[in-house]
Design a protein around this ligand. Structure first.
Ligand SMILES: C[S@@+](CC[C@H](N)C(=O)[O-])C[C@H]1O[C@@H](n2cnc3c(N)ncnc32)[C@H](O)[C@@H]1O
Length: 504
């Protein structure tokens, strides 16, 4: 690290850890950082990838699909990155989703999702089944979220860009699992991103604590009985960690901490002055936070994280039920001058368009696809854009919807233009017309750079059952993994790889 730690942060950590452990903690800032990637098991088998990987991989013990790679290797500069076979992710950041224990078919919310590291991890766990709703309040960050979901070929995600309080009436009691990867003071990121230190000085821990308190209460409203919330931060301060959980438990008697094993425990003893008000929490809640977890950079190979798992009992506890709490939020929003849209009313940002003929899409699908992979969801059109919305999704009236599902393509003047997201979400076996280039073929890189390629007709893979021409759209793959579209005609492949995605 080139910069010194902020003096106030240093003093606080000495007070919390004590001189001896603080020395070990401080030494970790001189250690080399760990580099991680997570295999996208939505596209490729973990062991198959590990055995054929061009990188030197070592398993991350707490994440089934996580690996360390070596410093100097550049997984972001490989065709497999463009095929969405993995996501580059700091190893300790892989823990929260593991602890969420997502199963295929569940309804999952990632409330603070951008840029999508954990959303794509959840998506891989869902294996295309169930509903994934991802949200982030900052529209500029949502762009990266959408891109990462597309890159990793996620088919069942709905992307929102809204205030969580506006989601409560639509999603009250809807989700089986909710991840709150909360905005925080980022103390655990000082080694990885030194500029976070400057931000720490500007933003107060208390400011983040207030946001986190709201997010936890809002998530509680949207969770189904028997469901699970995972709350995580990448900071050390007890105000943003144990204090949030203890306060939440005292206000929500139908929730309990599900103890986490395998990491250092949460610190009930840090719920004290001068950081926290030691009288503010019940002794039961204080004791419970020992079951939460702290990932320390001096105790494992990763940066700093905090994780708590909260289970919602199916019982009729003394705490307010979902609709009572939702009503509280409506009242609070009214006081602040805003009101969440009532269920089933209000204006959708883009209303599903009527009267758009789906014929060109059906023709494309008949010509190019072996089955209709999007037929499982509900095909909806917003303007000229067609999406496959996951089945079982409530009406999203009044919410700021960025993607109501998997973006299939545009219906434009009687023609259908397939989206890049469609190509990335398909498998080679689902396409009736494709080109699969070996990663060692120099044309693979030229395709990713946006160049037109010379491709012989015999290289276009076609359905042996069909007598279909080679001419037209084909799914371009690298080592059999889709990377985009091309249009073949007379020995040339016109490149449809989007400019913003190109290899530079
Ligand atoms: C720690 S980051 C999330 C990182 C992400 N989970 C990942 O793994 O890539 C926290 C995010 O919360 C978002 N955020 C801040 N306040 C929010 C709020 N009130 N509601 C929803 N998102 C919020 C920020 O824009 C930021 O993207």
């Amino acid at each position: 690290m080139t910069k010194p730690l902020p003096p106030l942060f240093r003093e606080k950590m000495i007070d919390l850890l004590g001189e001896n452990e603080f020395e070990q903690f401080l030494t970790s800032y001189e250690d080399p950082r760990s580099f991680g990637l997570r295999v996208n098991t939505g596209k490729v088998d973990r062991d198959e990838f590990a055995s054929q990987s061009p990188f030197h991989l070592e398993a991350v013990t707490w994440a089934a699909e996580g690996f360390y790679y070596e410093e100097g290797e550049r997984p972001g500069k490989h065709p497999y990155y463009h095929a969405g076979l993995y996501y580059i992710q700091e190893p300790s950041a892989m823990a929260p989703v593991e602890l969420l224990q997502v199963k295929p078919g569940e309804r999952v919310l990632d409330l603070c999702a951008a840029p999508g590291g954990k959303s794509t991890q959840i998506a891989a766990k869902l294996q295309g089944e169930g509903v994934l709703v991802v949200n982030d309040i900052h529209s500029d960050r949502v762009k990266a979220l959408v891109k990462n979901l597309e890159l990793l070929g996620v088919r069942n995600a709905v992307v929102l860009n809204d205030k969580p309080e506006r989601m409560l009436n639509v999603f009250g009691g809807y989700f089986d699992k909710i991840l709150i990867d909360a905005p925080c003071s980022g103390e655990g990121m000082f080694r990885k991103e030194e500029e976070m230190m400057g931000q720490w000085e500007r933003h107060s821990v208390q400011e983040f604590a207030a946001m986190q308190r709201e997010l936890l209460a809002q998530a509680a409203v949207m969770l189904a009985p028997g469901g699970r919330i995972v709350y995580s931060t990448c900071t050390f301060s007890p105000e943003e960690n144990e204090a949030q959980i203890a306060e939440f438990l005292d206000k929500h008697s139908d929730f309990a901490v599900v103890p986490i094993e395998g990491f250092a425990p949460g610190r009930p003893d840090w719920l004290r002055e001068p950081w926290c008000d030691s009288n503010a929490y019940s002794s039961k809640a204080k004791a419970a936070v020992a079951g939460t977890a702290r990932l320390w950079p001096h105790r494992l190979r990763g940066e700093g994280h905090y994780v708590a798992v909260l289970g919602k009992g199916a019982g009729t506890g003394a705490s307010a039920n979902a609709s009572d709490v939702a009503a509280d939020f409506v009242a609070a929003a009214e006081k602040r001058g805003g009101r969440p849209a009532p269920r089933g009313k209000g204006r959708a940002v883009a209303a599903p368009s009527t009267g758009v003929s789906l014929e060109p899409l059906e023709a494309f699908s008949g010509e190019l696809l072996r089955s209709e992979p999007f037929a499982l969801g509900r095909l909806v059109c917003y303007g000229e854009h067609a999406y496959a919305s996951p089945a079982g999704l409530p009406e999203l009236h009044g919410l700021k919807v960025v993607r109501p599902g998997w973006y299939i393509g545009a219906l434009h003047r009687g023609r259908f233009e397939p989206s890049h997201a469609l190509a990335m979400g398909l498998r080679l076996r689902e396409a009736k017309r494709a080109l699969s280039l070996a990663s060692s073929d120099e044309r693979a890189l030229r395709y990713l750079k946006g160049e037109t390629l010379e491709v012989a007709e015999s290289e276009i893979l076609r359905d042996p059952q069909e007598t279909q021409a080679a001419k037209g759209y084909c799914l371009v793959c690298i080592d059999d993994h889709p990377v985009g579209w091309g249009k073949w005609l007379d020995g040339m492949l016109k490149n449809e790889y989007p400019p913003g995605w190109r290899w530079t």
